[in-house]
Design a protein around this ligand. Structure first.
Ligand code: C5P
Length: 402
């Protein structure tokens, strides 16, 4: 399972560091290539000589090798690795990771990491439950880091409670299940629309909406994280993609999004329509800036834009179509009506009445409705977590295409 995988094993200064030698041994036995990066305090608990012998590679700890002055490149490590695992992660290392305090090689490596990062915390129970630690853990989760929850039991302090680093065998299981998950959608082609559209009135004005694109971008990361080949058709937003495998196509108007999306959707297994597409566009676009007139009012004639979801629904085949519905009233009824009218397989409903859902928010609260009328409601979560729920819900329809 781990054959040929490149893993960076970060070790920080806690007593649980003695277990890292066993973890390293298990990873190497499974066929992984492991590069150890240790903090200065980590070396107080386990020697680099042990770790170098077990990994078959010199341990990286300092920015420069003391004898040769050679620079250790954290950027190269970030590009080499398929996964970074920090075990043990002390409260201090977790705090530095959450806040970008790059004062050692482990943190600079983390900040340059393009790959998934996992963290196995290890500390005393009071440190673990402290609001500061919990805040930092939440930040890391929001940043996409996988947390391997500490176990409960006897702690080095003699106290008993939650904070013990998970056993190496359980960490290896979590690593394997990550790699398994990252290949679930290998070979599947997914197209996602995200963000608003801008409909030009004249060279300086447009009709737009408040969509931030965050939901669509989170979906793109989530699908790509499971190995899908993702094309993200993005309206004008200021977001960046993290996963380097996402192909991003920037568009501005609804017509442009329609054309780009339909051509990207050829041969796609799944299309997720998360964009807030303008329903209407000015009938004519003035080539020059429209001047203020004497009249107190002015009329703007609009014409209907193409409906991307409905166009795709008309020539559906076995492609899985997922739409969104942002409703203010009769939510479920309206969402189901939309699902049927546009011939979708799934519709994700969020209500504007909900303070934790909707435009520009980092959280969303959704109900996922299937074409058979099945509904699953979820509590308010970060958009990344909501994206994971949506992917989980549509996975069976994607798998059944095979
Ligand atoms: O009809 P309504 O705009 O509420 O439908 C919402 C769903 O349809 C969303 O998934 C949205 O992305 C999609 N849509 C579209 N093209 C449009 C309008 C909406 O793909 N022109």
């Amino acid at each position: 399972m781990l054959k040929g995988k490149h893993i960076v094993l970060g070790i920080s200064g806690g007593i649980a560091a003695y277990k890292s030698a066993h973890l390293l041994r298990l990873l190497v036995k499974q066929g992984a290539e492991v590069q150890v990066v240790i903090t200065p305090n980590g070396k107080e608990f386990i020697t680099p000589a042990t770790l170098a012998a077990l990994s078959g590679k010199p341990v990286v700890s300092e920015f420069f090798a003391a004898n040769t002055g050679e620079w250790h490149s954290h950027v190269d490590l970030g590009l080499w690795a398929d996964l970074m695992v920090v075990a043990p992660a002390t409260a201090s290392t977790i705090g530095k990771m959450a806040n970008g305090i790059a004062d050692n090689m482990l943190i600079t490596t983390y900040l340059s990491a393009k790959e998934q990062v996992m963290v196995a915390p290890a500390m005393d129970l009071d440190m673990w439950s402290h609001p500061s630690t919990q805040r930092n853990i939440s930040t890391l989760r929001r940043d996409g880091v996988i947390i391997i929850e500490p176990a409960s039991g006897e702690l080095a302090s003699g106290l008993c409670g939650k904070g013990r680093m998970e056993e190496p065998e359980a960490i290896v299981d979590a690593i394997k299940s990550y790699f398994r998950k990252s290949e679930t959608l290998a070979g599947k082609k997914v197209v996602i629309t995200a963000g608003p559209t801008y409909e030009n009135i004249d060279p300086v004005r447009f009709i737009g909406n408040y969509s931030s694109g965050k939901m669509g971008f989170a979906l793109a990361e989530e699908f790509a994280g499971r190995g899908a080949d993702v094309t993200l058709v993005a309206g004008p937003v200021s977001l960046e993609t993290e996963n380097t495998h996402i192909k991003r196509l920037n568009v501005v108007s609804a017509q442009e999004m329609h054309d780009v999306c339909l051509s990207a959707a050829e041969g796609a297994d799944c299309v997720v329509l998360a964009a807030a597409v303008a329903d209407y566009t000015p009938e004519t676009v003035s080539e020059t800036k429209i001047k203020r007139e004497q009249e107190d009012s002015m009329a703007l004639r609009l014409k209907r834009n193409p409906d991307i979801a409905a166009s795709l629904g008309r020539e559906k085949g076995d492609r899985v179509l997922v739409g969104f519905a942002l409703e203010t009233d009769h939510e479920t009824e309206n969402a189901l009506h939309k699902l049927r009218k546009k011939n979708l397989d799934w519709i994700v409903l969020n209500s504007l009445r909900d303070p934790e859902a909707g435009f520009m928010k980092d959280t969303n609260k959704v109900t996922i409705i299937g074409k058979d009328g099945s509904t699953s409601s979820f509590p308010a979560k970060s958009k990344r977590e909501v994206a994971a729920d949506i992917v989980e819900a549509v996975l069976p329809s994607l798998k059944s295409q095979e």
